[in-house]
Design a protein around this ligand. Structure first.
Ligand code: C2E
Ligand code: CA
Ligand code: CA
Length: 581
């Protein structure tokens, strides 16, 4: 019956691939040794059985038989002569992947169908492993950034001009753990790893099975929720995530509590994967800036804001390179009327089109982009240059204390102390004439009191005075305050504004002043604009006053003139520009 002759059969038996023949009824006509080992049926058992019952898994039988019938009636078949990957089943019922090469042979009017079948279990396993390494995060087993972007891309794909993600909805949640670095730094990387694995499990449990949870990098996770069309629904998912990660994490001897900041963006027309991810990332950034541990939505207004912020950021880079930035000085007077004792350096931007800009218009962007670090360094260098000019121009018995603002980003900079030290050394200023100080806002100090205190201590060892700025708004813990290496408290302007009319505000100013007294700190009232305010803060007992009532911020040359000196150096810019803001 079979056109295979005995000599051929010997060759086929030596093959490591299974060789299976079948007639037009679908019954087995050939079965070599390799087929016996691969499938577990002896040749004598297999011959005459239906192929589909013997080696095709139950779930594939219908398709197999339909395909075969289709071939018999039309002569057309999938992959004749071409290897294809299918599933096969062994005698014990276990399924495994095989590569199948089929062809047909006609001899003396009888058509026979043959297949070489190769077990590719090992090859497929290796392939899957490689895929897993390329697309999944090692630590948590979650999809990695690459796979997340690919999934997003698929969800956003436009079919006939319609994107399912846009029509049926897709919410993207960017989840960033708060203060994760602290866990890593204080408890070690293996504790950090355990936290990340746990968070990945908690995230998975907080969302539906159809949602995709992946890890972007470090402590950043992304959750994709198809079918979500409203911010309300997206926010309730965010709430579930907050709740899921809130329970204490037990790390053996320590246990920690986790919070996260979540940025939410909904897919909209024309989004591609990168844009949508960027939108969620940005919303997350806003959530962090607003105070960690909550979620922020990304709306079209924010999109506009981002593009104008980007423009401003670029202009600011140019401003730094092309010397459009200026340092102004606002004198600080002693409350007993003895005159100017200090001045605060305040940054201005002489914008080529928009005129003189105040810090409020560009410092936030400088902070966010990190530009504040190089800007801050420039400010300090400029103040040192100005100090030299001031010393040269003003009578030698006049002393001045110059105070420079430091931002959170600058303080976090590992080399801030080295920068200050180097700049001071290069300036080689006469310390009997000019002294330096730095101002750090209370909220920045309280964000990380331990680390900040450490940096402040080092700055102080360089001879700098230290002030806590905007005091009264940052929820200082008195315990920390006691141990902070600072010299001065600057009472926040918001309390000064109503100090003359409001008994409550007066009591606050008085209480802060008494507190400072007890801790041997100097107190500055900032933002004094009227005579009644000046009298009230004097009555409260402050040491120094800074405010428009006495002086506005002004360029160095104006300051020098008021001290009776004459501006000599060209860097101080000749005649004062009319406006002082
Ligand atoms: P700040 O450190 O609290 O500085 C005091 C601000 O109060 C200054 O605003 C000053 O012009 C203003 N001021 C002083 N007296 C009065 C008054 O009587 N009434 C009113 N309404 N305002 C008064 P400015 O110059 O606009 O600076 C705003 C903020 O920008 C500063 O607040 C500081 O946080 C930041 N900043 C300024 N220069 C720098 C800098 O070089 N580096 C950094 N990182 N931040 C800076
Ligand atoms: Ca200040
Ligand atoms: Ca202030």
């Amino acid at each position: 019956m079979s056109p295979i002759v005995e000599e051929d059969r010997q060759i086929l038996d030596s093959s490591s691939d299974a060789f299976v023949g079948m007639d037009a009824q679908g019954l087995i006509t050939e079965w070599n040794r390799a087929a016996e080992t691969m499938f577990g049926w002896d040749r004598s058992e297999a011959l005459g059985q239906r192929v589909s019952d013997t080696i095709v898994p139950a779930g594939h039988r219908r398709a197999h038989e339909n395909g075969f019938r289709h071939y018999l009636s039309t002569g057309k078949a999938r992959s004749i002569g071409e290897p294809c990957l299918v599933s096969a089943v062994r005698r014990d019922g276990s399924e495994f992947p095989v590569e199948l090469t089929r062809w047909t042979l006609e001899r003396s009017g009888v058509t026979q169908f043959y297949s070489f079948i190769r077990d590719v279990t090992e090859r497929e396993r290796r392939k899957q492993l490689l895929e897993k390494q390329a697309y999944y995060d090692d630590l948590t087993g979650l999809p990695n950034r690459r796979l997340l972007l690919a999934r997003l891309e698929t969800l956003l794909v436009r079919v006939d001009g319609h994107s399912a993600a846009v029509e049926e909805g897709l919410a993207t949640l960017f989840v960033d753990l708060d203060h994760f670095k602290r866990i890593n730094d204080s408890l070690g990387h293996s504790a950090g790893d355990r936290v990340l694995v746990l968070v990945s499990e908690r995230l998975r449990s907080a969302v539906r099975p159809a949602d995709i949870v992946g890890r972007l990098s470090g402590d950043e996770f992304l959750v994709l929720c198809p079918g979500v069309t409203t911010f309300d629904d997206a926010c309730s998912i965010a709430d579930r995530i907050f709740a899921a990660i809130a329970p204490a994490v037990d790390l053996g001897t320590d246990s920690v509590f986790l919070t996260a900041s979540i940025g939410v963006a909904l897919a909209s027309q024309d989004d591609d994967a990168e844009t949508l991810l960027g939108a969620a990332d940005n919303a997350m950034y806003h959530a962090k800036v607003d105070g960690r541990g909550h979620s922020v939505l990304f709306d079209p207004e924010m999109r506009r804001e981002i593009s104008s912020r980007l423009r401003l950021e670029n202009e600011l880079r140019v401003a730094l390179a092309e010397r459009q930035l200026r340092v102004y000085y606002q004198p600080i007077v002693s409350a007993d009327g003895a005159g100017v004792v200090a001045a605060e350096a305040l940054l201005r931007w002489e914008h080529p089109e928009r005129g003189l800009l105040l810090p409020a218009e560009f410092i936030p962007v400088a902070e966010e982009s990190g530009l504040i670090v190089s800007i801050g360094q420039w400010v300090f260098e400029e103040v040192c240059r100005h100090a030299r000019d001031w010393i040269a121009a003003v009578r030698s018995d006049v002393q001045l204390y110059l105070s420079v603002n430091l931002s959170a980003r600058q303080l976090a900079q590992a080399d801030i102390v080295t920068m200050v030290q180097r700049t001071l050394a290069e300036a080689a200023l006469d310390a009997s004439r000019v002294q330096f100080g730095f101002e750090v806002t209370e909220s920045v100090v309280m964000r990380d009191p331990v680390a900040t205190a450490d940096v402040l201590r080092q700055l102080r060892s360089l001879g700098a005075h230290l002030s806590i700025d905007d005091f009264g708004t940052g929820y200082s813990s008195l315990a920390y305050l006691k141990n902070l290496p600072v010299d001065t408290l600057k009472i926040d302007q918001s309390f000064i504004a109503k100090v003359a009319e409001s008994a409550v505000d007066f009591s606050i100013v008085k209480a802060i002043t008494d507190l400072a007294r007890a801790l041997s700190l100097t107190v500055v009232a900032e933002g004094v604009e009227t005579q009644p305010q000046a009298e009230a803060v004097q009555q409260a007992g402050v040491d120094l006053i800074q405010g428009f009532l006495y002086w506005r911020p002004q360029p160095l040359d104006a300051l020098i003139r008021r001290f009776g000196g004459s501006p000599s150096s060209p860097t101080t810019g000749g005649e004062a520009r009319g406006h002082t803001r």
